[in-house]
Design a protein around this ligand. Structure first.
Ligand SMILES: [Zn+2]
Length: 414
């Protein structure tokens, strides 16, 4: 049992530790950049605000409180190294390109071996592995002849071969502030205040520029050779997808999220089989980053309003409940593409203007935009689709006017 008896609380809200290694964000090599040290067992070694594992850091605290986890536990990283090498790419050392993840995060055991041997608790913030993904929609595409098994990208049983990477958020605050057009001081103050004062170092330790925020991260699924992502000569099919548990996992038909995701996966498999490479980046930004409680409240407000659920009121109802229409702020999203070395997306499977603008403004070229085929739009999701198209989302088809939007109706609650 770990010692969880009362003891002095060691505040880290003021400098005074020794042995903390400096971080020089964007430095040309890992050694010059320095490791991210978010350990809680040796406060003097810490060089960041917050700690590892994103939102799961709170569960780790529970495990310590429950006596299930020793405060002193250090991960044994034997055999955990990445299955595929990614980078380093020139974008890794450009502080304007990557501000919300640690590009060296998958390779800490290798590039910071000396510091780890010297006793620093340095943890990977990225893990890269391989998997077979089996989806009923892909099996259906195989049975209907839209996809063909080749035994390399797709097996006859419908399993797609992927390399996947899980990425925790690592924010370099000066760069994050710049993306959002605010001062670093204002960003730090608001992050402190709006989390109920969770991280005093945000306001007391301006010398600490890196924050490990307690939020969800993202996962990338790569179809084909991961190194090809950085080669603009190789056709890249890509989707950046924001989490929607109701549709992605449970098949709720009020939105197009899962059909869009599985359509993108089908396109990625077909692209990889043509000699290209496919990429799905999946961000934990549930319900436009408003969360699922807000999302379900909005569903009720939409379906109970006078006149029922109509496309012309789609964005208004979200704004009534949440105060904004969307909190995903795609400004940080392209970072993962730069981590993978992407310079050109030949086929972007998305209708979102916000995603398209963020990607192209970050310096990545986009060729064709691929939207979801009409036959894949679920019964109750027409309201969302038509509202988005009218609001300026990409479509190769007809853009409805105000009167037409009023006619697009969803189901009632009963
Ligand atoms: Zn959805």
């Amino acid at each position: 049992m770990p010692d969880t008896s009362p003891r002095h609380i060691r505040l880290t809200s003021h400098a005074g530790g020794y042995g903390a290694l400096p971080i020089r964000w964007g430095a040309p090599t890992a050694a010059e950049r320095g490791p991210i040290v978010g350990t809680t067992s040796k406060p003097s070694h810490r060089n960041v605000i917050g700690t590892h594992s994103g939102s799961y850091s709170v569960y780790r605290a529970l495990a310590v409180a429950a006596g299930a986890l020793s405060r002193e536990h250090k991960p044994d990283l034997t055999n955990t190294s990445p299955t595929d090498f990614i980078g380093p790419y020139p974008q890794w050392t450009d502080p304007a390109r990557i501000v919300s993840l640690d590009p060296w995060g998958a390779r800490v055991a290798e590039v910071f071996a000396g510091e780890i041997a010297a006793g620093y608790d340095i943890r990977p913030t990225i893990a890269v592995t391989k998997a077979h993904v089996i989806l009923p929609e892909v099996i259906d595409a195989l049975q209907k002849g839209r996809l063909k098994a080749d035994g390399t990208v797709l097996t006859p049983g419908g399993a797609a071969m992927v390399t996947k990477a899980a990425i925790e958020p690592v924010w370099w605050l000066p760069g994050v502030a710049q993306r959002f057009g605010c001062s670093e001081a204002d960003l730090r103050r608001v992050l402190f205040e709006e989390t109920g004062g969770m991280y005093p170092e945000l306001v007391t330790r301006s010398d600490l520029e890196v924050f490990l925020p307690p939020i969800g991260g993202l996962t990338v699924y790569i179809f084909g050779n991961p190194q090809d992502l950085a080669n603009p000569q190789v056709e890249l099919t890509a989707r950046v997808h924001d989490e929607c548990n109701g549709s992605d996992v449970f098949g709720s038909d009020i939105c197009t999220c899962r059909p869009y995701l599985t359509h993108a996966i089908e396109e990625c498999i077909a692209g990889a089989q043509r000699g290209g490479v496919g990429l799905v980046a999946y961000s934990r930004k549930e319900g436009r980053a408003l969360g699922e409680v807000t999302k379900f409240l909005v569903y009720n407000a939409r379906k109970r309003q006078a006149g029922g659920d109509t496309a012309d009121q789609y964005f208004a109802r979200t704004e009534c409940v949440a105060g904004v229409q969307d909190m995903r702020f795609q400004e940080l999203m392209p970072d993962v593409l730069h981590w993978l070395g992407v310079k050109k997306i030949h086929r972007l499977v998305s209708m979102s203007n916000m995603k398209y603008d963020a990607i192209t403004q970050s310096g990545i070229e986009v060729g064709e935009r691929v939207n979801i085929p009409d036959e894949l739009i679920p019964a109750d999701a027409k309201v969302e689709m038509e509202a988005k198209v009218a609001a300026g989302y990409f479509t190769p088809g007809h853009v409805p006017d105000t009167d037409e939007l009023k006619q697009v109706k969803g189901r009632g609650l009963e």
